[in-house]
Design a protein around this ligand. Structure first.
Ligand code: CAO
Length: 545
């Protein structure tokens, strides 16, 4: 046996790409050429294959990491001599790497317009494996029309014009080349320069929103590899279908492909979703989670939901459609999974922070010149660390039937940014003072707003705080940031009349909302956690007891 380092092969012009999907985990057996991870730039997504067959020992990348040619992906144990040298994965299909197309300024034409296969680099006789439109469909400029596949890559071919599809000139299995006629559009159509100049590279969206590039490039599974089965974990699907499945939280390995060679199409993903919703199919992902909790609840996955309403809003008034930011899409998929899969309960409580607030204000006054402003959140982080130490199950994660108790205290805090919610992490908050925490929080919040947080700065949290205190509100039910098991929501403190046994006293009360995973934590423990947290915030000297 030998251990090999599997690295990112030559991925052409891509400088830094983001890891958006991990397709294997430690312990998995992989074949040579099996895809290990998917990476995405703003122009394309690609699957990175394994150069060897073996067993995954250790993943060296996490979701969100930036990688480039030569970055270490994972350690692979392979059969053979221990002397086998460390090798890089074979070169990626650099020819498939997209080159930027000229910005498309649509011109207007009327009458039939021919859409042809634009310049697809060195690829010859690529097979049409998916047809994404049909006669009568209205297509936009840059909308993907078909997916083609060579033995190295699959790519979606976009339309060079907008209009109504009058006739399709290709069918599944056809071999196409540069210049071949794909479709005829009719009506008044907007024509992008790419149609007039087929030499422009087709594989990059030239539309105004490059992040939504319609075209993706993938290192394809070799033709001889059989159609994916859940057991193999090798779903055969184009990057756009993978992306679609990810957005819906659909485990592709469980979807049966109806396309050529068993390829999974958008329609397959949609019909799988419908089956899950109707209870006809239970996803393995959900079963695994259910296995982790006592059998008392029975099946429980038959959500029995009716389909999502499809409404033509323009019937009711003018509308504007805007793509959601990438962060929103990613966090949305995570939030949906966490909301559905965790039996979460929220305890609301109030705690008296009158004295702490007075201390905070005086501390800030004394340290005005230091430039470091201490907000209530820094104290909350310290107080939570104390409560997590006293109630360690709140600092744990589920691992099958076991709990992983973390002996570190890395506290995530939700930060509101123009692009969406981000959760930077204060590492080792137990070892840091209020000033250091405040300084780090300020730096991390700024980086989050500027979109400059590194994946490392957003990972490893063992507990999260979501503070809306600077904004307002009373209580809310935060969603647990899996695989954590609890999250504290905090709203704005207000002066309340509090009965001291003789009279009402004006006290500054802080509303707390603690959401916890009922598989790990019981209601009584949650109530105790909140009470203890309130006691600490009421009098920090208790930390010393
Ligand atoms: N009660 C009363 N006032 C509070 C308070 C509370 N609980 N928490 C903060 N404040 C005050 C601060 O003292 C500060 O007052 P001054 O301007 O008078 O000094 C003001 O509100 C603004 O504070 P802040 O929000 O800038 O600082 P913070 O440390 O409390 O929070 C950060 C930092 C990054 C967490 C915050 O800016 C943020 O992004 N919050 C939103 C988090 C979020 O979106 N959560 C929802 C997740 S679920 O979708």
């Amino acid at each position: 046996m030998a251990i090999l380092e599997i690295t990112v092969p030559d991925i052409g012009d891509f400088d830094e790409v983001t890891v958006i999907e991990l397709m294997v985990k430690p312990g998995d057996s992989v074949k040579a050429e099996q895809s290990l991870i998917t990476v995405e730039s703003d122009k394309a997504s690609m699957e990175i294959p394994s150069s060897h067959a073996g067993v995954v020992k250790e993943l060296k990348v996490a979701l969100g990491d930036k990688v480039k040619t030569g970055s270490l992906v994972l350690m692979l144990e392979v059969a053979g001599e221990a002397a086998v040298p460390t090798v890089a994965a074979p070169a990626a299909p650099a020819a498939a790497a997209p080159a930027p197309a000229a910005a498309a300024v649509p011109a207007v034409a009327s009458g039939p317009v021919e859409v042809r296969v634009p310049d697809i680099g060195d690829f010859k006789d690529v097979t049409v494996i998916e047809i994404m439109v049909k006669p009568g469909d209205v297509v936009k400029v840059e909308q993907s029309l078909i997916t083609v596949e060579s033995d190295k890559a699959s790519m979606e071919i976009p339309s060079s014009a907008a209009g109504v599809v009058k006739e399709l000139k290709v069918k599944l299995g056809d071999k196409v080349n540069i210049g071949d006629l794909l479709a005829i559009l009719e009506g008044t159509v907007a024509v992008a320069p790419v149609a007039a100049a087929p030499a422009s590279a087709p594989v990059v969206s030239a539309a105004a929103e490059p992040a939504q590039a319609a075209v993706a490039v993938a290192v394809a599974t070799p033709a001889h590899v059989p159609t994916a089965t859940p057991a193999l974990g090798l779903p055969h699907a184009s990057p756009s279908v993978r992306k679609f499945a990810r957005e819906l939280g659909v485990p592709l390995a469980e979807v049966k492909g109806s396309g050529l060679k068993g390829r999974i199409t958008d329609a397959d993903v949609q019909s799988f979703t419908r089956s899950v919703m109707s209870g006809a199919v239970q996803t393995l992902a959900i079963s695994a989670q259910q296995a982790a909790k006592p059998a008392a609840g029975g099946g429980g996955s038959e959500l029995g939901l009716i389909p999502w309403p499809k409404v033509d809003f323009t019937k009711f008034g003018p509308v504007e459609r805007k793509e959601m930011s990438r962060i929103k899409k990613i966090s949305g998929a995570n939030l949906l999974r966490n909301a559905i899969m965790i039996p979460a309960v929220t305890n609301h409580d109030d705690c008296d922070i009158t004295d702490l607030e007075a201390f905070r204000v005086s501390t800030n006054k004394e340290n005005e010149k230091s430039g470091v402003k201490v907000t209530m959140l820094a104290f909350l982080i310290k107080a939570c660390v104390a409560a997590l130490k006293k109630y360690p199950e709140f600092n744990s994660s589920l691992d099958g039937d076991a709990l992983i108790y973390k002996q570190y205290f890395h506290i995530g805090f939700a930060a509101d940014t123009p692009n969406g919610l981000m959760v930077p992490v204060i590492k080792d908050a137990d070892k840091k003072g209020i000033f250091q925490i405040s300084t780090e929080m300020g730096d991390l919040a700024k980086k989050a707003r500027d979109g400059k947080l590194s994946p490392a700065e957003m990972s490893g949290a063992s507990f999260t705080i979501s503070s809306l205190g600077g904004i307002g509100g009373r209580y809310f039910t935060p969603i647990i940031n899996a695989p954590e098991v609890a999250i504290l929501g905090v709203c704005r403190s207000t002066i309340e009349p509090v009965w001291d046994g003789k009279a009402f006293q004006p006290r500054l009360m802080l509303p707390l909302s603690l959401t916890w995973d009922h598989r790990v934590i019981d209601g009584a423990a949650a109530a105790r956690f909140n009470v203890y947290l309130g006691q600490i915030l009421g009098d920090f000297r208790r930390v010393l007891l």
